[in-house]
Design a binder for this molecule. Structure first.
Ligand SMILES: Nc1ncnc2c1ncn2[C@@H]1O[C@H](COP(=O)(O)OP(=O)(O)OP(=O)(O)O)[C@@H](O)[C@H]1O
Ligand SMILES: [Mg+2]
Length: 425
Protein backbone atom coordinates (compact mmCIF):
# COMPACT_ATOMS: atom_id res chain seq x y z
CA UNK A 1 0.00 0.00 0.00
CA UNK A 2 1.23 3.48 -0.72
CA UNK A 3 1.39 6.83 1.17
CA UNK A 4 -0.43 6.08 4.30
CA UNK A 5 -0.40 8.70 7.07
CA UNK A 6 -1.12 7.04 10.33
CA UNK A 7 -0.97 7.94 13.98
CA UNK A 8 2.26 6.25 15.12
CA UNK A 9 2.52 4.70 18.54
CA UNK A 10 5.86 4.04 20.28
CA UNK A 11 7.86 2.12 17.62
CA UNK A 12 9.72 -0.02 20.20
CA UNK A 13 6.57 -1.07 22.00
CA UNK A 14 4.63 -1.73 18.80
CA UNK A 15 7.65 -3.69 17.45
CA UNK A 16 7.69 -5.96 20.50
CA UNK A 17 3.91 -6.40 20.44
CA UNK A 18 4.02 -7.16 16.71
CA UNK A 19 6.69 -9.80 17.25
CA UNK A 20 4.65 -11.37 20.04
CA UNK A 21 1.52 -11.39 17.91
CA UNK A 22 3.36 -12.85 14.94
CA UNK A 23 4.92 -15.57 17.10
CA UNK A 24 1.54 -16.42 18.60
CA UNK A 25 -0.07 -16.48 15.14
CA UNK A 26 2.70 -18.75 13.79
CA UNK A 27 2.11 -21.04 16.78
CA UNK A 28 -1.66 -21.09 16.10
CA UNK A 29 -0.95 -22.12 12.52
CA UNK A 30 0.85 -25.29 13.69
CA UNK A 31 -0.83 -28.71 13.17
CA UNK A 32 -4.35 -27.68 12.11
CA UNK A 33 -6.51 -30.74 11.54
CA UNK A 34 -8.97 -29.42 8.99
CA UNK A 35 -9.45 -26.62 6.50
CA UNK A 36 -12.27 -24.91 8.48
CA UNK A 37 -10.00 -24.85 11.56
CA UNK A 38 -7.08 -23.31 9.69
CA UNK A 39 -9.48 -20.78 8.05
CA UNK A 40 -10.87 -19.84 11.43
CA UNK A 41 -7.41 -19.30 12.90
CA UNK A 42 -6.31 -17.18 9.93
CA UNK A 43 -9.48 -15.09 10.00
CA UNK A 44 -9.48 -14.50 13.73
CA UNK A 45 -5.75 -13.58 13.75
CA UNK A 46 -6.04 -11.15 10.84
CA UNK A 47 -9.31 -9.54 11.92
CA UNK A 48 -8.06 -9.05 15.48
CA UNK A 49 -4.89 -7.28 14.35
CA UNK A 50 -6.61 -5.19 11.66
CA UNK A 51 -9.56 -4.41 14.00
CA UNK A 52 -12.35 -5.81 11.80
CA UNK A 53 -15.26 -7.85 13.04
CA UNK A 54 -16.01 -10.21 10.14
CA UNK A 55 -13.93 -12.05 7.62
CA UNK A 56 -14.10 -14.60 4.88
CA UNK A 57 -11.33 -16.64 3.29
CA UNK A 58 -11.26 -17.60 -0.39
CA UNK A 59 -8.98 -20.46 -1.39
CA UNK A 60 -7.75 -21.25 -4.90
CA UNK A 61 -9.47 -24.30 -6.37
CA UNK A 62 -7.31 -25.25 -9.34
CA UNK A 63 -9.76 -27.82 -10.71
CA UNK A 64 -12.69 -25.40 -10.75
CA UNK A 65 -10.46 -22.49 -11.79
CA UNK A 66 -11.84 -20.14 -9.17
CA UNK A 67 -11.40 -19.06 -5.56
CA UNK A 68 -13.90 -20.77 -3.25
CA UNK A 69 -15.05 -19.65 0.18
CA UNK A 70 -13.74 -21.79 3.01
CA UNK A 71 -16.36 -21.94 5.70
CA UNK A 72 -14.86 -21.26 9.06
CA UNK A 73 -16.34 -23.02 12.08
CA UNK A 74 -17.22 -19.81 13.84
CA UNK A 75 -18.44 -18.11 10.70
CA UNK A 76 -20.63 -15.08 11.06
CA UNK A 77 -23.19 -14.44 8.33
CA UNK A 78 -21.00 -14.33 5.25
CA UNK A 79 -19.81 -10.88 4.24
CA UNK A 80 -19.60 -11.83 0.61
CA UNK A 81 -22.59 -13.30 -1.15
CA UNK A 82 -20.60 -15.15 -3.75
CA UNK A 83 -19.13 -18.50 -2.64
CA UNK A 84 -16.86 -18.66 -5.70
CA UNK A 85 -14.86 -15.91 -7.40
CA UNK A 86 -13.57 -16.65 -10.91
CA UNK A 87 -9.88 -16.17 -11.75
CA UNK A 88 -10.93 -13.51 -14.24
CA UNK A 89 -12.52 -11.35 -11.49
CA UNK A 90 -10.87 -7.90 -11.39
CA UNK A 91 -10.09 -8.20 -7.68
CA UNK A 92 -8.30 -11.52 -8.22
CA UNK A 93 -6.47 -10.06 -11.21
CA UNK A 94 -5.41 -7.04 -9.16
CA UNK A 95 -4.20 -9.14 -6.19
CA UNK A 96 -2.34 -11.60 -8.40
CA UNK A 97 -0.60 -8.73 -10.16
CA UNK A 98 0.08 -6.20 -7.36
CA UNK A 99 0.25 -8.68 -4.47
CA UNK A 100 -0.46 -5.98 -1.85
CA UNK A 101 -2.95 -5.43 0.94
CA UNK A 102 -5.87 -3.24 -0.17
CA UNK A 103 -7.96 -1.11 2.15
CA UNK A 104 -11.15 0.66 1.06
CA UNK A 105 -9.29 3.77 -0.13
CA UNK A 106 -6.80 1.73 -2.18
CA UNK A 107 -9.73 -0.20 -3.52
CA UNK A 108 -11.38 3.08 -4.57
CA UNK A 109 -8.09 4.16 -6.27
CA UNK A 110 -8.08 0.91 -8.09
CA UNK A 111 -11.72 1.45 -9.07
CA UNK A 112 -10.92 4.91 -10.40
CA UNK A 113 -7.96 3.62 -12.41
CA UNK A 114 -10.15 0.88 -13.77
CA UNK A 115 -13.00 3.27 -14.53
CA UNK A 116 -12.42 2.88 -18.26
CA UNK A 117 -13.58 -0.69 -17.77
CA UNK A 118 -17.12 -0.27 -16.57
CA UNK A 119 -17.90 -3.89 -15.80
CA UNK A 120 -14.75 -4.12 -13.65
CA UNK A 121 -15.82 -1.12 -11.56
CA UNK A 122 -19.25 -2.60 -11.05
CA UNK A 123 -17.86 -5.97 -10.00
CA UNK A 124 -15.40 -4.41 -7.55
CA UNK A 125 -18.00 -2.10 -6.08
CA UNK A 126 -20.33 -5.05 -5.55
CA UNK A 127 -17.93 -6.61 -3.04
CA UNK A 128 -18.63 -5.33 0.47
CA UNK A 129 -15.05 -5.06 1.70
CA UNK A 130 -12.99 -2.82 3.95
CA UNK A 131 -9.72 -4.70 3.72
CA UNK A 132 -8.38 -7.35 1.34
CA UNK A 133 -5.33 -9.41 2.29
CA UNK A 134 -3.72 -11.62 -0.37
CA UNK A 135 -2.04 -14.90 0.69
CA UNK A 136 0.85 -15.70 -1.61
CA UNK A 137 2.97 -18.78 -1.93
CA UNK A 138 6.10 -18.64 -4.10
CA UNK A 139 4.70 -15.50 -5.74
CA UNK A 140 1.35 -17.17 -6.60
CA UNK A 141 -1.95 -16.00 -5.16
CA UNK A 142 -3.31 -19.09 -3.35
CA UNK A 143 -5.96 -17.40 -1.20
CA UNK A 144 -7.25 -14.05 -0.04
CA UNK A 145 -9.12 -12.72 2.96
CA UNK A 146 -11.91 -10.13 2.85
CA UNK A 147 -12.57 -8.22 6.07
CA UNK A 148 -15.29 -5.82 7.22
CA UNK A 149 -16.58 -3.75 8.96
CA UNK A 150 -13.91 -1.76 10.73
CA UNK A 151 -14.17 -1.58 14.53
CA UNK A 152 -12.14 1.67 14.56
CA UNK A 153 -12.47 4.35 11.93
CA UNK A 154 -8.78 5.41 12.12
CA UNK A 155 -6.43 4.59 9.25
CA UNK A 156 -4.53 1.35 9.79
CA UNK A 157 -0.95 2.28 10.82
CA UNK A 158 1.84 1.18 8.49
CA UNK A 159 3.47 -1.09 11.09
CA UNK A 160 0.13 -2.91 11.42
CA UNK A 161 0.03 -3.34 7.65
CA UNK A 162 3.56 -4.78 7.82
CA UNK A 163 2.46 -7.11 10.60
CA UNK A 164 -0.59 -8.19 8.57
CA UNK A 165 1.66 -8.87 5.55
CA UNK A 166 3.97 -11.03 7.71
CA UNK A 167 0.97 -12.89 9.17
CA UNK A 168 -0.44 -13.39 5.67
CA UNK A 169 2.89 -14.94 4.57
CA UNK A 170 2.77 -17.23 7.56
CA UNK A 171 -0.83 -18.18 6.84
CA UNK A 172 -0.02 -18.87 3.18
CA UNK A 173 2.84 -21.20 4.19
CA UNK A 174 0.62 -23.03 6.66
CA UNK A 175 -2.20 -23.37 4.10
CA UNK A 176 0.23 -24.62 1.49
CA UNK A 177 1.72 -27.29 3.77
CA UNK A 178 -1.74 -28.33 4.94
CA UNK A 179 -2.93 -28.72 1.33
CA UNK A 180 0.22 -30.67 0.41
CA UNK A 181 -0.32 -32.98 3.38
CA UNK A 182 -3.97 -33.48 2.39
CA UNK A 183 -2.91 -34.26 -1.19
CA UNK A 184 -0.44 -36.82 0.09
CA UNK A 185 -3.02 -38.36 2.39
CA UNK A 186 -5.53 -38.68 -0.43
CA UNK A 187 -2.96 -40.21 -2.79
CA UNK A 188 -1.97 -42.69 -0.09
CA UNK A 189 -5.62 -43.64 0.44
CA UNK A 190 -5.99 -44.09 -3.32
CA UNK A 191 -2.87 -46.25 -3.43
CA UNK A 192 -4.22 -48.40 -0.61
CA UNK A 193 -7.50 -48.87 -2.49
CA UNK A 194 -5.61 -49.77 -5.68
CA UNK A 195 -3.41 -52.19 -3.74
CA UNK A 196 -6.49 -53.80 -2.32
CA UNK A 197 -8.14 -54.16 -5.72
CA UNK A 198 -4.98 -55.71 -7.09
CA UNK A 199 -4.85 -58.22 -4.24
CA UNK A 200 -8.56 -58.98 -4.69
CA UNK A 201 -7.70 -59.96 -8.25
CA UNK A 202 -4.99 -62.28 -6.94
CA UNK A 203 -7.43 -63.62 -4.38
CA UNK A 204 -10.04 -64.40 -7.03
CA UNK A 205 -7.38 -66.35 -8.99
CA UNK A 206 -6.18 -68.06 -5.82
CA UNK A 207 -9.69 -68.93 -4.79
CA UNK A 208 -10.40 -70.66 -8.10
CA UNK A 209 -7.19 -72.63 -7.68
CA UNK A 210 -7.92 -73.48 -4.04
CA UNK A 211 -11.40 -74.85 -4.57
CA UNK A 212 -10.51 -76.87 -7.65
CA UNK A 213 -8.97 -79.70 -5.58
CA UNK A 214 -11.84 -80.18 -3.12
CA UNK A 215 -14.34 -79.85 -5.99
CA UNK A 216 -12.53 -82.57 -7.93
CA UNK A 217 -12.73 -84.96 -5.00
CA UNK A 218 -16.44 -84.19 -4.45
CA UNK A 219 -17.10 -84.77 -8.16
CA UNK A 220 -15.19 -88.08 -8.10
CA UNK A 221 -17.22 -89.22 -5.11
CA UNK A 222 -20.53 -88.35 -6.81
CA UNK A 223 -19.46 -90.14 -9.98
CA UNK A 224 -18.36 -93.28 -8.14
CA UNK A 225 -21.11 -93.38 -5.51
CA UNK A 226 -23.87 -95.12 -7.61
CA UNK A 227 -21.70 -98.14 -8.43
CA UNK A 228 -19.97 -98.29 -4.98
CA UNK A 229 -23.06 -97.60 -2.89
CA UNK A 230 -22.82 -100.99 -1.19
CA UNK A 231 -19.14 -100.59 -0.31
CA UNK A 232 -19.51 -99.34 3.27
CA UNK A 233 -15.79 -98.62 3.70
CA UNK A 234 -15.71 -96.56 0.50
CA UNK A 235 -18.85 -94.63 1.42
CA UNK A 236 -17.63 -94.01 5.00
CA UNK A 237 -14.15 -92.83 4.01
CA UNK A 238 -15.24 -90.70 1.08
CA UNK A 239 -18.07 -89.11 3.08
CA UNK A 240 -15.48 -87.93 5.60
CA UNK A 241 -13.21 -86.57 2.86
CA UNK A 242 -16.12 -84.83 1.13
CA UNK A 243 -17.27 -83.27 4.39
CA UNK A 244 -13.73 -81.97 5.05
CA UNK A 245 -13.64 -80.55 1.52
CA UNK A 246 -17.00 -78.85 1.89
CA UNK A 247 -15.87 -77.39 5.23
CA UNK A 248 -12.70 -76.09 3.61
CA UNK A 249 -14.66 -74.42 0.80
CA UNK A 250 -17.00 -72.87 3.37
CA UNK A 251 -14.06 -71.51 5.36
CA UNK A 252 -12.44 -70.11 2.23
CA UNK A 253 -15.66 -68.35 1.28
CA UNK A 254 -15.93 -66.84 4.76
CA UNK A 255 -12.31 -65.64 4.70
CA UNK A 256 -12.80 -64.09 1.26
CA UNK A 257 -15.98 -62.36 2.33
CA UNK A 258 -14.12 -60.94 5.35
CA UNK A 259 -11.39 -59.66 3.08
CA UNK A 260 -13.62 -58.36 0.31
CA UNK A 261 -15.81 -56.49 2.79
CA UNK A 262 -14.80 -52.86 2.70
CA UNK A 263 -12.43 -52.66 5.59
CA UNK A 264 -12.76 -49.05 6.67
CA UNK A 265 -11.91 -49.44 10.37
CA UNK A 266 -14.49 -48.29 12.91
CA UNK A 267 -12.15 -46.31 15.11
CA UNK A 268 -12.67 -45.85 18.80
CA UNK A 269 -10.37 -44.61 21.52
CA UNK A 270 -8.54 -47.75 22.72
CA UNK A 271 -5.85 -48.87 25.12
CA UNK A 272 -3.66 -51.22 23.07
CA UNK A 273 -2.32 -53.00 26.18
CA UNK A 274 -5.85 -53.95 27.06
CA UNK A 275 -6.48 -55.44 23.59
CA UNK A 276 -3.19 -57.39 23.78
CA UNK A 277 -4.08 -58.76 27.23
CA UNK A 278 -7.50 -59.87 26.07
CA UNK A 279 -5.95 -61.75 23.10
CA UNK A 280 -3.41 -63.43 25.38
CA UNK A 281 -6.22 -64.51 27.68
CA UNK A 282 -7.84 -66.23 24.69
CA UNK A 283 -4.79 -68.25 23.73
CA UNK A 284 -3.50 -69.04 27.24
CA UNK A 285 -5.27 -72.42 27.50
CA UNK A 286 -4.02 -73.52 24.08
CA UNK A 287 -0.47 -72.43 24.96
CA UNK A 288 -0.61 -74.34 28.29
CA UNK A 289 -1.78 -77.50 26.56
CA UNK A 290 1.16 -77.28 24.16
CA UNK A 291 3.72 -76.45 26.85
CA UNK A 292 4.34 -72.97 25.39
CA UNK A 293 5.43 -70.30 27.85
CA UNK A 294 3.96 -66.82 27.38
CA UNK A 295 6.03 -63.80 28.47
CA UNK A 296 4.19 -60.51 28.55
CA UNK A 297 5.92 -57.13 28.83
CA UNK A 298 3.50 -54.22 28.42
CA UNK A 299 4.69 -50.58 28.49
CA UNK A 300 3.27 -48.55 31.37
CA UNK A 301 2.70 -45.24 29.66
CA UNK A 302 1.50 -46.37 26.28
CA UNK A 303 -0.33 -43.63 24.36
CA UNK A 304 -3.92 -44.54 23.53
CA UNK A 305 -4.87 -44.86 19.88
CA UNK A 306 -7.87 -44.62 17.59
CA UNK A 307 -8.27 -48.29 16.65
CA UNK A 308 -10.85 -50.76 15.42
CA UNK A 309 -10.79 -53.10 18.38
CA UNK A 310 -12.16 -56.16 16.54
CA UNK A 311 -9.83 -55.75 13.59
CA UNK A 312 -6.72 -55.31 15.75
CA UNK A 313 -7.75 -58.36 17.77
CA UNK A 314 -8.11 -60.32 14.53
CA UNK A 315 -4.56 -59.30 13.52
CA UNK A 316 -3.03 -60.13 16.89
CA UNK A 317 -4.81 -63.47 17.19
CA UNK A 318 -3.57 -64.50 13.77
CA UNK A 319 0.01 -63.57 14.67
CA UNK A 320 -0.23 -65.36 18.03
CA UNK A 321 -1.73 -68.50 16.48
CA UNK A 322 0.90 -68.48 13.71
CA UNK A 323 3.60 -68.22 16.38
CA UNK A 324 2.13 -71.15 18.30
CA UNK A 325 1.80 -73.22 15.11
CA UNK A 326 5.51 -72.56 14.43
CA UNK A 327 6.34 -73.99 17.87
CA UNK A 328 4.15 -77.07 17.59
CA UNK A 329 7.12 -79.41 17.06
CA UNK A 330 8.82 -78.43 20.30
CA UNK A 331 7.93 -76.41 23.36
CA UNK A 332 8.91 -72.77 23.15
CA UNK A 333 8.45 -69.23 24.38
CA UNK A 334 6.08 -66.62 23.03
CA UNK A 335 7.11 -63.08 23.97
CA UNK A 336 4.67 -60.22 23.58
CA UNK A 337 5.89 -56.70 24.18
CA UNK A 338 4.35 -53.24 23.76
CA UNK A 339 6.49 -50.08 23.65
CA UNK A 340 6.30 -46.38 22.93
CA UNK A 341 7.76 -45.65 19.51
CA UNK A 342 8.99 -42.05 19.06
CA UNK A 343 8.90 -41.04 15.37
CA UNK A 344 11.16 -38.58 13.55
CA UNK A 345 8.35 -35.98 13.27
CA UNK A 346 7.96 -35.84 17.06
CA UNK A 347 4.86 -38.02 17.25
CA UNK A 348 4.82 -41.04 19.54
CA UNK A 349 3.42 -44.28 18.04
CA UNK A 350 2.86 -47.61 19.71
CA UNK A 351 4.69 -50.82 18.83
CA UNK A 352 3.65 -54.42 19.49
CA UNK A 353 6.23 -57.17 19.13
CA UNK A 354 5.29 -60.84 18.90
CA UNK A 355 8.34 -63.04 19.08
CA UNK A 356 8.46 -66.84 18.96
CA UNK A 357 11.16 -69.48 19.21
CA UNK A 358 9.59 -71.59 16.46
CA UNK A 359 10.94 -73.10 13.26
CA UNK A 360 11.32 -69.70 11.54
CA UNK A 361 10.62 -68.79 7.92
CA UNK A 362 13.03 -69.52 5.06
CA UNK A 363 14.24 -66.47 3.08
CA UNK A 364 12.35 -67.72 -0.06
CA UNK A 365 9.09 -67.94 1.88
CA UNK A 366 9.63 -64.67 3.73
CA UNK A 367 8.97 -62.74 0.49
CA UNK A 368 5.57 -64.40 0.11
CA UNK A 369 4.03 -64.67 3.56
CA UNK A 370 1.74 -61.65 2.97
CA UNK A 371 0.56 -63.00 -0.41
CA UNK A 372 -3.04 -64.22 -0.54
CA UNK A 373 -3.23 -68.03 -0.11
CA UNK A 374 0.44 -68.45 0.72
CA UNK A 375 0.54 -71.15 3.38
CA UNK A 376 2.86 -73.94 4.42
CA UNK A 377 0.07 -75.52 6.44
CA UNK A 378 -1.59 -77.46 3.59
CA UNK A 379 0.20 -80.66 4.50
CA UNK A 380 -0.40 -80.33 8.23
CA UNK A 381 -3.39 -82.16 9.61
CA UNK A 382 -3.25 -80.19 12.86
CA UNK A 383 -2.83 -76.61 11.64
CA UNK A 384 -4.50 -76.43 8.25
CA UNK A 385 -4.57 -72.82 7.04
CA UNK A 386 -6.02 -70.82 4.20
CA UNK A 387 -3.01 -68.53 3.86
CA UNK A 388 -5.19 -65.43 4.16
CA UNK A 389 -4.37 -64.59 7.80
CA UNK A 390 -1.36 -62.36 7.08
CA UNK A 391 -2.93 -60.87 3.94
CA UNK A 392 -5.86 -59.68 6.03
CA UNK A 393 -3.54 -58.55 8.86
CA UNK A 394 -1.51 -56.47 6.41
CA UNK A 395 -4.67 -54.93 4.98
CA UNK A 396 -6.02 -54.01 8.42
CA UNK A 397 -2.76 -52.43 9.56
CA UNK A 398 -2.56 -50.42 6.34
CA UNK A 399 -6.11 -49.16 6.87
CA UNK A 400 -4.99 -48.01 10.34
CA UNK A 401 -2.08 -46.14 8.66
CA UNK A 402 0.33 -48.40 10.52
CA UNK A 403 3.20 -50.69 9.55
CA UNK A 404 3.79 -54.42 9.90
CA UNK A 405 7.30 -55.85 9.70
CA UNK A 406 8.79 -59.32 10.11
CA UNK A 407 12.23 -60.74 10.92
CA UNK A 408 12.93 -64.44 10.94
CA UNK A 409 15.80 -66.91 11.27
CA UNK A 410 15.26 -70.56 10.41
CA UNK A 411 15.38 -72.79 13.50
CA UNK A 412 15.71 -69.75 15.81
CA UNK A 413 12.35 -68.00 15.53
CA UNK A 414 10.30 -65.14 14.14
CA UNK A 415 9.43 -61.64 15.30
CA UNK A 416 6.50 -59.63 13.95
CA UNK A 417 6.34 -55.91 14.74
CA UNK A 418 3.28 -53.74 14.31
CA UNK A 419 3.60 -49.95 14.55
CA UNK A 420 0.44 -47.94 15.01
CA UNK A 421 -0.13 -44.19 15.14
CA UNK A 422 -1.50 -42.89 18.42
CA UNK A 423 -3.65 -39.82 19.10
CA UNK A 424 -2.81 -36.52 17.46
CA UNK A 425 -3.95 -33.93 19.96
N1 LIG B 1 5.50 -67.00 13.34
C1 LIG B 1 5.70 -67.72 12.24
N2 LIG B 1 6.67 -68.65 12.18
C2 LIG B 1 6.87 -69.37 11.08
N3 LIG B 1 6.16 -69.26 9.94
C3 LIG B 1 5.18 -68.33 9.92
C4 LIG B 1 4.88 -67.52 11.06
N4 LIG B 1 3.88 -66.69 10.74
C5 LIG B 1 3.55 -66.97 9.47
N5 LIG B 1 4.31 -67.97 8.98
C6 LIG B 1 4.26 -68.51 7.62
O1 LIG B 1 3.45 -67.68 6.81
C7 LIG B 1 2.40 -68.43 6.22
C8 LIG B 1 1.21 -67.57 5.99
O2 LIG B 1 0.61 -67.20 7.24
P1 LIG B 1 -0.92 -66.79 7.27
O3 LIG B 1 -1.26 -66.44 8.64
O4 LIG B 1 -1.17 -65.81 6.19
O5 LIG B 1 -1.66 -68.10 6.80
P2 LIG B 1 -1.84 -69.47 7.58
O6 LIG B 1 -1.50 -69.30 9.02
O7 LIG B 1 -1.08 -70.50 6.82
O8 LIG B 1 -3.39 -69.70 7.39
P3 LIG B 1 -4.58 -68.90 8.10
O9 LIG B 1 -3.99 -67.86 8.93
O10 LIG B 1 -5.36 -68.35 6.95
O11 LIG B 1 -5.32 -69.93 8.85
C9 LIG B 1 2.19 -69.60 7.16
O12 LIG B 1 1.60 -70.71 6.51
C10 LIG B 1 3.62 -69.90 7.61
O13 LIG B 1 4.30 -70.63 6.63
MG1 LIG C 1 -2.35 -67.64 10.12
Amino acid sequence: MTDRTAPQSDPCESGTTSLQRLTQFARDMGHPTSLPIIAERILSGLSEVSRHSQGVLYLLNRERECFCQVVSQAQLPSIAASSAVPLSHPLVQHLAHHQDILDSSALTDSLCRASSNNSMSVQLAALPIDLVIPLLNRGQLIAFVLLRPKIETTVIPSHTIELLAAMAQNAANALDSFLLYEDLRQSQALMRRTDRLRSLETIAGGFAHEIRNPLTSIKTFIQLAPERKDDAQFIGEFSRIVLDDVNRIERLIQEILDYARYMEPRLTDEDLNEIVSSCLYFIQAKADSRGIKIEKDLAHELPRGMLDRQQIKQVLLNLLLNAMDAMSEKTGTLRVRTTRLPKADGEVWTQIEIEDTGHGISPENLDHIFDPFFTTKHASAVNEGTGLGLTIAHQIIQEHRGEIQVQSTVEIGTTFRINLPSHRD
